[in-house]
Design a protein around this ligand. Sequence first.
Ligand code: PRT
Ligand code: ZN
Length: 293
Amino acid sequence: MNRIRVAIQKSGRLSERSLGLLQSCGLRFAHSKDKLYWYGRDFPVDLLLVRDDDIPRMLLDGVCELGIVGENIAQEVMLESNAGGDMTQLRKLSFGGCRLSLAVPEDSPVQSASDLDGCRIATSYPALTTALLVERGINAETVKFSGSVEIAPGLGIADAIADLVSTGTTLRANHLVELEVLFESTAALYGQMAKLTAEKKTVLDRLLARLDGVLLAAESKYVMLNAPRDSVEKITRLLPGAENPSLMNLEGAPERVALHAVCREAVFWEHLEALKAAGASAILVLPVEKMLA
Ligand code: PRT
Ligand code: ZN
């Protein structure tokens, strides 16, 4: 069995992007009838579609070798089970971003996190919240709430909450104000590396190389422009994250060259304006679909 299993969220905020990312790596799957197990065609990587909360445990138990899950959940389970070593964060991903924040009712006497000493804090992430409070020297009690944490203060169950926030709409709708960000989270790829056979390690390395290519391509741009021959050095320096550019002669314009370069950082309008000021013309910025370093 040289196949690797990747657990991703079945349905929720991370599902589409997790599947999309693996598909961008060239993975194709045959769907089984129960839809929980997708067999990888052409590449020995299979998918398990599960609840996000189950992913860290499945990794720790060796049910799968890889999993894509929010850092918030991964940290919670690692702290809970004291087993951080068996689950390694392999790559941080660019989706699922949110923050674990402390919030209190608008009319609360608590004005800052340091006023929370002796308070009860409702959260779905008691282990992570407790650890982060301890780090800040706050001595508060956490109460585990599995869903709708934002209603806990209104019910008189807690003085404050520690919950995930992205836009802040949920807090506002429940008349809560954000006091302090405890933890910034994104989705990440985790691996259970301890028991990997050499064959599985080879599959994993191939997958990671493709993944790095996809992640790199996502922020890379291919820039083409024409430039005065004697400004090439200056123009190259203005290209964000570019390596050695390719230069090509322009027919009928011996004093100018065509310059092509891959920029590995975002290219903004300000960059284009600076390039133009340095003598560049006909500037084109194209997306990069795939890249293999
Ligand atoms: O069924 P399953 O257990 O798989 O899904 P789930 O309902 O537990 O998880 P889901 O799909 O809601 O979230 C999956 C992951 O997305 C989380 O573990 C986070 O890593 C990440 N994520 C990103 C978020 C949010 N943003 C988010 N805003 N998870 C939850 N929320 C909730 C938050 O709990 C609060 O209720 O959205 C509300 C706040 O949103 P705003 O925009 O009003 O601030
Ligand atoms: Zn969940």
